[in-house]
Design a protein around this ligand. Sequence first.
Ligand SMILES: [Ca+2]
Length: 142
Amino acid sequence: MGVVVIDGSTVRSFVEDEEQFKKTIDERFAALDLNNDGVLSRSELRKTLESMRLLESHFGVDVVTPQEELTSLYDSIFEKFDTDQSGSVDREEFRSEMKKIVLAIADGLGSCPITMALDDDEDNLLKKAADLEASKLEKKAS
Ligand SMILES: [Ca+2]
């Protein structure tokens, strides 16, 4: 279990580092595309969102959301991702929507740092953002 402190600028600089962000998102896309057909289906996308734990938790604090409500939330999110309404989400769609989501998180955080408790092995985008910033600070310091 580790603790990271992040604020809006941490998250924003993660997105603005386009190469790193694209790499992170592409890795995630590949990991989610379970049947390797190059697109994410509704259930594949749902797994992503569940792994981000954006809806089930408020920055580390678990909140209980009824299953029905979750399903309709996931459906509406899928429709947002699937901008050309093809019934699946391709890499481009995924990348551009993830960018919007992460930037919205950055706006939500603003300049108020929050502390997140994370399992070390947790694959969490916000943790990645914090790690990236930490490694940049280390580089500057050395
Ligand atoms: Ca797929």
